[in-house]
Design a protein around this ligand. Structure first.
Ligand SMILES: NC(=O)c1ccc[n+]([C@@H]2O[C@H](COP(=O)([O-])OP(=O)(O)OC[C@H]3O[C@@H](n4cnc5c(N)ncnc54)[C@H](OP(=O)(O)O)[C@@H]3O)[C@@H](O)[C@H]2O)c1
Length: 298
């Protein structure tokens, strides 16, 4: 099977391409810098600059992961516009490709994020929860709405509302682990905000699950069944690294340093993967300590 992947050169995309190749499939990767991307991908992957470049390849499935990183730097008006544009433009190109193909792909699995729900305090969040209106919500809402348009062309659309993806070599652990190793780790603000997380192998397994399961569509919370608070996360990471994490970052300092982006660090949602559980998805990593152990042992 040929699977078109936007953002296939990224943290999740690289692992997905590896899994697809191991299962005998061919990844068709869209990247702004194909030469750079090829160096990070299995040699069986084909890499092109735009979605339209793959029209002749007639992919059977599309996975949409591309987007400007959200947790880097302050959310200036320019950055916010780029966060939205980078996601909407490529998603629109996917919908246009589906519209033009005689035989459109069977399925589009399109990324979104826990940010869809906005700040939810400590209440439990399922796919049915009403979102809190804020920038992260509007970004995810518009991104999802663009992807759902592929339905008009007979494509099954599944949306992944992704929690923090954990593994070595990228994502949030690549940023936090060096600080923790220096003994500079600590909770953020009061540490009560929830941080739904998912191991990178499980997010890849979720994508493959949604490609295969023809009966599944709509939004899916993509995180492990046991979300933790920031304080619990901090403790578990400190333990996994054998470093006490005792230097809290005060909320005010984070607000001054990062402005509105500090909401990503100081607020959260106790998101549960209700629909994945109901669909019988089996998690390789259900508990944070097991996931961190596996990551730091390898
Ligand atoms: N990792 C997480 O914890 C997490 C959590 C929630 C949601 N998500 C979402 O899941 C998706 C995949 O995550 P990831 O961690 O694999 O992301 P990533 O490592 O940042 O990779 C995303 C890819 O998007 C492309 N990209 C970056 N900036 C772009 C821009 N301005 N315009 C067009 N393309 C751009 C890049 O590909 P090229 O440079 O090759 O073009 C990059 O490899 C992302 O959309 C992310 O927002 C991730």
């Amino acid at each position: 099977m040929k699977v078109l992947i936007t953002g296939g050169s990224g943290f999740v995309g690289q692992r997905l391409c590896k899994a697809l190749v191991e299962a005998g499939h061919i990844p068709l990767v869209v990247s702004r810098t194909p030469d750079k991307a090829r160096g990070r991908l299995p040699e069986q992957a084909l890499v092109r600059e735009s979605v339209a470049d793959f029209a002749e390849q007639a992919p059977s499935a599309i996975v949409n992961l591309a987007g400007e990183p959200i947790a880097e730097g302050r959310w200036t008006d320019k950055k916010k516009a780029e966060l939205l544009r980078s996601r909407i433009d490529v998603t629109r190109e996917i919908v246009e490709l589906c519209a033009r193909m005689k035989e459109p792909p069977a399925v589009l699995v399109s990324a979104s994020a826990v940010g869809y729900y906005g700040n939810q305090g400590s209440r439990e969040v399922t796919e049915q929860t009403t979102p809190h209106d804020e920038f992260a919500h509007r970004l995810c809402r518009d991104w999802e709405a663009e992807a759902v348009k592929a339905k008009d062309h007979g494509v099954r659309v599944a949306i992944l509302r992704i929690g923090l993806v954990l593994d070595a070599g990228g994502g949030m652990l690549a940023k936090t682990t060096p600080l923790f190793k220096l003994g500079l780790g600590g909770k953020l603000g009061d540490g009560k905000q929830y941080m739904p997380w998912v191991h990178r192998d499980d997010i890849v397994a979720m994508i493959l699950f949604l490609i295969e399961r023809e009966d599944l569509s709509g939004p899916f919370n993509a995180s492990a069944p046991n979300p933790v608070t920031n304080a619990e996360f901090t403790r578990a990471l400190g333990q996994a690294l054998n470093r006490p994490a005792v230097l809290p970052a005060p909320a005010l300092a984070l607000k001054l340093a990062f402005g509105e982006m500090s909401r990503l660090l100081l607020t959260g949602a106790k998101m549960r993967p209700k629909r994945f559980e109901e669909a019988g998805f089996s998690f390789r990593y259900e508990r944070l300590d097991e996931a961190l152990d596996a990551i730091f042992r390898s």
